[in-house]
Design a protein around this ligand. Structure first.
Ligand code: ADP
Ligand code: ADP
Length: 226
């Protein structure tokens, strides 16, 4: 678990208007921060700079107090949950969740204990032998989160994880993610263009527009603004 400090972050693609323009946000240890704004406002670019998938033009990115500007994604120990889940279709739920631990060469017994613990937390223990194709959208989402949990990452990053789901499931998963985030107490940054998600999920909301951080406040503070 860790803090995420964004200090005067700028991202320019080519020589146009900056996609992210001097954004500074401190995410506290265990906090759930929502990044919200219309399409093209720079929220994915900012998330990708936290993860290390995008170079930072200027400014500093600190994770757990360490500057990570020059660190590769795999050395940042973060877990990103994508919109399309990125599950392996030929692997069972068990093996999908175990995958990062197999890569890290954990012992079978340790993997087994970790996978069973994570699948219990996520109510997946009845489905461990199934393949992703035989799961519902919500179950697939939970497998993706399981894979993120077992890695004991310093933070979770979500890029519009619910936008492919129907409204009912989206509501359920929203509740599920909020519950899990509090249970695990893990620092989380969650990108969405959905106002409802922004106002119901997080501890604080960062509102972006054209690359600029317009507001940074709790949902309550945002509601009470005239
Ligand atoms: P959002 O996630 O809020 O929809 P993005 O971060 O994807 O916004 O994009 C912010 C701006 O940066 C947009 O104007 C977009 O066109 C531009 N942009 C994003 N990725 C690239 C890229 N790889 N090359 C050039 N411009 C990009
Ligand atoms: P390391 O300390 O070498 O990064 P990790 O256990 O953190 O070891 O990750 C092992 C590998 O798994 C890394 O190469 C990382 O890129 C990859 N990885 C990261 N996230 C996931 C994921 N959600 N699913 C599968 N593999 C992942």
């Amino acid at each position: 678990m860790a803090t995420i400090e964004m200090k005067n972050i700028v991202k320019k693609y080519g020589d146009g208007f900056p996609a992210v323009n001097d954004v500074s946000i401190d995410v506290a240890d265990g906090e759930f921060l929502i990044l919200v704004g219309p399409s093209g406002c720079g929220k994915s670019t900012l998330l990708r700079m936290i993860v290390g998938l995008e170079d930072i033009t200027s400014g500093d990115m600190l994770i757990g107090g360490d500057r990570v500007n020059d660190l590769a994604p795999r050395d940042r120990n973060l877990s990103m949950v994508f919109q399309n889940y990125a599950l392996y279709p030929h692997l069972t739920v068990y093996e999908n969740i175990a995958f990062p631990l197999r890569l890290a060469k954990w012992k079978d017994a340790d993997i087994d204990a970790k996978v069973r613990e994570a699948s219990k937390t996520l109510d997946l223990d009845e489905h461990l032998e199934r393949k992703p194709a035989n799961l519902s959208g919500g179950q697939r989402q939970r497998v993706a989160m399981g894979r993120a949990i077992v890695r004991d990452a310093q933070a979770f990053l979500f890029d519009e994880p619910l936008s492919n789901l129907d409204a009912k499931l989206r509501g359920q998963m929203r509740t599920e993610i909020a519950r899990l985030q509090k249970k695990l107490g893990i620092t989380t940054v969650y990108v969405t263009h959905d106002q409802t998600e922004a106002m119901t999920l997080g501890d604080r909301v960062a509102v972006m527009k054209r690359g600029i951080l317009q507001q940074l406040a709790t949902p309550r503070e945002l509601y009470e603004q005239p």
